[in-house]
Ligand binder design. Structure first.
Ligand code: GGG
Length: 352
């Protein structure tokens, strides 16, 4: 029986509530498919920061390295500035473990309702590929003259040929596995004069290597409008760290709820473990109420199963989510209902 050692970081807020439901469903899939898991929990979060001054210990990456995957909930809580919690946990894991691709599927599940008129599951089915290690998320910059009228902040973006090429290549290779074989690039090369023309050049160079893949590119501003007006235009969408992060909140909102959106932080070389987490954050406004939607966490678990080499088990988890949405009235408040986190998790586990 294959056994996987999984590092679990519930993190903050609703992360602590949705992660147990993800584990419940993965355990159910494991029973059905003969897969077992050892769950090693790491209490790294904002409470830990308040107690120790660190989000994770100094040797945190070493502790995680020895696992097959990381299963993360959410990061951030009032009392600790968001940039402190993110740069103390989530971003170092993504970078130091070279998880340079963030795969974020956007699919309108059967049984979901889109806020868009006359749109159904056949119209909304695409994958956002987010650059995950560089771009606009950079520590390069600084502040000067704090507290004076001359106060200033400078933030540099970093776009390397290696970093840009590898994520764009990943998007093209992913498109090759899909029916539509189409990649859209998110850019802003009219306003951002250095990095975005460079991104466009590398996208064009890569397109030459993949003549079987149809391509489009849009400036990020009109691209957001197209996500709402023509979600059926998209198959694989590749973007920089910031652009694709924004698109991957908009996409799931159009598909019915940000509460369902999964993501995989992938190290394609497998030199380090990959990490699976919902797109949503810790949602302090609803934390502790037991009403968070666990579907994003559960679907992220399905992506983990796929990454570990169990595509059939992953498909069964995704189908179980859709079965519950199609055949029952269970809906968490973000989907307009009154179902609790645990009720939803249990129903999906039972559907497996
Ligand atoms: N699910 C992890 C989490 O808390 N995400 C919220 C967030 O804002 N993450 C920052 C990012 O992905 O750039």
């Amino acid at each position: 029986m294959p056994t996987y050692k999984i590092a679990v970081i519930p993190g903050d807020g609703i992360g602590k509530e949705v992660v147990p439901e993800g584990i419940r469903v993965l355990e159910a899939a494991g029973r059905r498919f003969g897969i077992s898991f050892t769950w090693n929990e790491f209490p790294w979060n904002c409470e830990n920061y308040t107690r120790t001054g660190r989000m994770m210990p100094e040797d945190g990456i070493q502790q995680l390295r020895d696992h097959d995957a990381v299963f993360l909930g959410a990061v951030g809580f009032p009392g600790v500035p968001d940039h402190v919690s993110l740069w103390g946990l989530l971003i170092p894991i993504r970078r130091l473990m070279r998880q340079y691709v963030n795969v974020r599927p956007v699919r309108m599940l059967k049984g979901m309702a889109s806020p868009l008129k006359n749109r159904g599951p056949a119209d909304i089915d695409f994958i956002i590929v987010r650059e995950n290690n560089e771009g606009e998320y950079s520590q390069i910059g600084g502040r000067l003259y704090s507290g004076t009228e001359e106060e200033m902040a400078v933030q540099e973006s970093v776009f390397t040929r290696k970093g840009v090429d590898r994520v764009i290549r990943y998007a093209f290779e992913l498109a090759r596995t899909r029916e539509e074989k189409h990649v859209t690039s998110a850019t802003k090369s009219n306003g951002i004069i250095h990095t975005m023309p460079f991104w466009d050049e590398r996208f064009a160079a890569m397109a030459n290597e993949f003549p079987d893949i149809r391509t489009d590119q849009y400036h990020i501003d009109i691209l957001t409008a197209h996500f709402v007006l023509h979600p059926n235009w998209f198959d694989v969408v590749v973007g920089s760290n910031l652009f694709a992060d924004i698109l991957s909140d908009l996409g799931p909102a159009v598909a019915g709820s940000i509460g369902i959106a999964p993501s995989a932080n992938i190290n394609p070389t497998r030199e380090y473990p990959s990490m699976f987490e919902p797109v949503h954050g810790s949602a302090p406004d609803i934390a502790g109420k037991g009403i968070a939607n666990p579907i994003a966490q559960i679907w992220s678990g399905a992506m983990m199963l796929e990454h570990l080499g169990h595509p059939e088990a992953a498909a069964v988890v995704e189908n179980a989510i859709e079965t519950v949405l199609q055949n029952t009235a269970l809906r968490t408040p973000d989907m307009g209902g009154g179902t609790t986190t645990a009720e939803m998790g249990k129903a999906i586990a039972e559907a497996i």
